[in-house]
Design a protein around this ligand. Structure first.
Ligand SMILES: [Zn+2]
Length: 301
């Protein structure tokens, strides 16, 4: 009898170690695109939550007491950086989070643009770096390195998951290049709701115009809209897009004033719900590219 009790006692005394070993790393990502990258790298060894929900706008997100709770429960936190999450430092300081904080864009050369709505207008950093697949590769490798550091036991798995996902990203890049190949240079112009597709445009040779700059916080002035109406007419652009995270009013106005059709919804800064057309980064890039091609084909030469 004594032996049995001793054995049970031994089992209980080891159980915390067993559960700590089996518990996935609790990861918090600032937005859904990052969450998807982390899930692909971490697989079953991570449990990832996103601060900003699908279809929500990360530019204007307001942290709540619930966000502070989430960040304190996380083992590791990832964010985009490049000034995307303007609320991040306030959140980290307010919650007194002391764990690892990983900038997923580390090593990416940022795109500098002119944005009169923001401070330092001449050299504003564009944060939407994920919209170039080659940059997405860098995000994924940064995530791999941070997860290996956080949880070295599963190093081999994180490395092989990363390898497999990078292969998928290479296939995606090849598909985009191949699909875009036949659109004439003169037709490669699109109008998006905010300037979220600059990296995409640079990577794939497309001129991207928008009524507001890199943040949805700014509102288009009457002058911005009038200028864009003139550009749409001069460039013979036939389609304008709405976005999942932006107000559609200005795009409807542009459509009415120029006769350009609304070409559908681009997923720019957040993924869709799981049942929507852009529940993962790869599906989002397919969806956006298909819409963009359809739109550019309608442009007149
Ligand atoms: Zn944006």
């Amino acid at each position: 009898m004594y032996k049995i009790i001793f054995f049970i006692g031994l089992l209980f005394s080891f159980s915390p170690f067993i559960s700590a070993e089996a518990r996935p790393v609790k990861v918090l990502a600032s937005f859904t695109i990052l969450k998807d990258f982390i899930e692909n790298v971490g697989g079953e060894h991570v449990q990832v939550d996103s601060i900003v929900d699908p279809n929500e706008d990360p530019h204007v997100y307001e942290p709540t007491p619930d966000t502070s709770k989430k960040i304190l429960e996380a083992d590791i936190v990832f964010f985009n950086g490049l000034g995307f999450e303007t609320w991040m430092s306030r959140l980290v300081e307010g919650a007194d989070y002391k764990g690892p904080l990983v900038v997923a864009t580390q090593g990416i050369t940022p795109r500098l643009i002119y944005d009169p709505d923001l401070e330092g207008a001449d050299n504003v950093v564009d944060p939407h770096a994920w919209n170039n697949v080659l940059n997405a590769r860098v995000y994924v490798q940064n995530i791999r390195d941070a997860l290996v550091k956080q949880d070295p036991t599963h190093k081999d798995i994180y490395e092989s998951n990363t390898k497999a996902y990078l292969k998928k990203l290479d296939d995606l890049e090849a598909w985009i290049q191949e699909t875009l190949c036949c659109v004439p240079k003169e037709k490669r112009e699109i109008i998006t709701a905010h300037d979220a597709f600059g990296y995409y445009g640079e990577a794939y040779g497309i001129k991207v115009l928008a009524p507001v700059g890199i943040s949805t916080e700014a509102e288009a002035s009457a002058w911005d809209v009038a200028k864009l109406v003139d550009q749409i007419k001069a460039l013979k652009i036939k389609v304008v897009f709405v976005e999942n995270v932006s107000n559609t009013k200005v795009m409807q106005q542009l459509s009415e004033e120029t006769g350009a059709q609304i070409g559908g919804t681009l997923y720019s800064d957040s993924l869709s719900e799981p049942t929507g057309p852009a529940p993962t980064y790869i599906k989002m890039m397919h969806h956006n590219t298909n819409l963009i091609i359809k739109a550019m084909e309608k442009n007149e030469l």
